[in-house]
Design a protein around this ligand. Structure first.
Ligand code: SF4
Length: 376
């Protein structure tokens, strides 16, 4: 394996590439990576692959060459988000609101609410995003199991946008002054590092993420595209997980990019749950106005600031609308071949809830957050 050095010596602090090179060269640090769902179907474009090709295997192999000690998949964080968000939603449903509940995975959307529309803060899910849940779980599990290893744990996220950098830097996502996620590289930032190292990406033998934290469900993989979070939550709260039910959910209206707002109604027991999915911040603002005018009403609204969701994030290789559609298809293909379709079926999730997350207070501390009115 190649040694972890920066061949160009390029230290670019703004994009975190310099800090990550330094951490990878530091024998006192154990550097752990997590890779967001949307990255796998876009990074290949930087190396001549077609949009939507799932390059996860080559990506993991490249990261090992770069010198990462452990490589995980943020899909586990997404599964945790589904578990917590579904629970929170059902609790709200019992209490009668406040509705709609808005998803909180997208930091650009959360920032918009805090800065410009703080009256909706009580409507935001208290769940941390998959990146932050996973960062907190990695740091806590390392703290508990790695006592004999004196190396400092450094968590690096590979994400589709720079908004995730702001999110990781928020003080709410540090415990005792230690951030849950130390550095965020965008998809393009990681591509730069792979090129700087001279790795022939297309020639790499594929590799798999490490266990146990590298295992996620199909529902978690589709988080990377608009409608994915809503679909994953519907799978979780729906009763029997039959093939027909999954087909029904697939065609419920949450998928696709043709419409800026998608609507679906899902039967859970005797109740009908009305769901909306909106992508693009401007479209979200329009939807809020319609909600305020009483023209529409929903129980759950998924909001992603980027058109198409995270596959269209500004940190991804520059792509046009057809590329985004192909990237989305790549994620749905990955879901289709996944053996575990629903978050609660992931055995690592059960192990975490029986172990690290078994105490309610600790689980809440690691997986939930709060928001502040920043408008004043
Ligand atoms: Fe980042 Fe865009 Fe995804 Fe929001 S929708 S988390 S801004 S890539």
């Amino acid at each position: 394996q190649c040694a972890a050095v920066c061949p160009t010596g390029a230290i670019t602090l703004r994009n975190n590439i310099g800090e990550v090179w330094q951490a990878l060269q530091d024998p006192g640090k154990r550097v752990i990576a997590q890779i967001a769902p949307a990255v796998r179907v876009a990074i290949g474009e930087s190396f001549g692959f077609a949009p939507g090709d799932n390059a996860m295997g080559k990506l993991v192999a490249a990261m090992r060459r770069l010198g990462f000690d452990e490589v995980y998949d943020t899909t586990l964080g997404a599964d945790l988000t589904v578990m917590e968000e579904s629970h929170e939603f059902l609790e709200r449903f019992k209490k009668g609101g406040p509705f709609p509940m808005f998803t909180s995975c997208c930091p650009a959307w959360v920032r918009y609410v805090e800065n410009s529309n703080p009256k909706y803060i009580p409507h935001l899910s208290s769940c941390k995003s998959p990146q932050q849940m996973f960062g907190a779980v990695i740091k806590e599990s390392q703290r508990q199991i790695s006592a004999p290893d004196p190396r400092e744990t450094v968590v690096v996220s590979i994400m589709p946008c720079a908004a995730k950098k702001f999110e990781a830097a928020r003080p709410e996502f540090s415990r005792d002054g230690v951030p849950d996620v130390d550095y965020v590289l965008t998809t393009r930032g990681l591509s730069t590092m792979i090129k700087e190292m001279g790795i022939q990406f297309s020639e790499l033998d594929e590799d798999a993420p490490d266990l146990p934290l590298g295992m996620g469900s199909g529902a978690a993989v589709i988080f990377g595209t608009t409608g994915g979070v809503a679909e994953a939550v519907i799978r979780r709260v729906s009763g029997k997980k039959t093939y027909n039910l999954l087909r029904e959910i697939k065609y419920s209206g949450v998928r696709g990019m043709d419409r800026s707002v998608k609507e679906a109604a899902v039967q859970v027991g005797d109740d009908e749950i009305r769901i909306a999915v909106v992508h693009g911040l401007k479209n979200a603002q329009e939807l809020l106005k319609k909600i305020e005018r009483g023209e529409v009403s929903y129980h759950l609204v998924e909001v992603m600031a980027c058109p198409g969701g995270c596959i269209g994030g500004a940190g991804q290789p520059f792509g046009l609308s057809p590329e985004k559609n192909l990237r989305a298809r790549g994620l749905y293909r990955a879901d289709k071949v996944a053996q575990i379709k629903s978050s609660e079926q992931n055995p690592v999730i059960s192990a975490l809830y029986n172990g690290l997350l078994s105490e309610e207070a600790q689980a809440h501390d690691l997986l939930h957050t709060h928001y502040e009115d920043q408008s004043r």
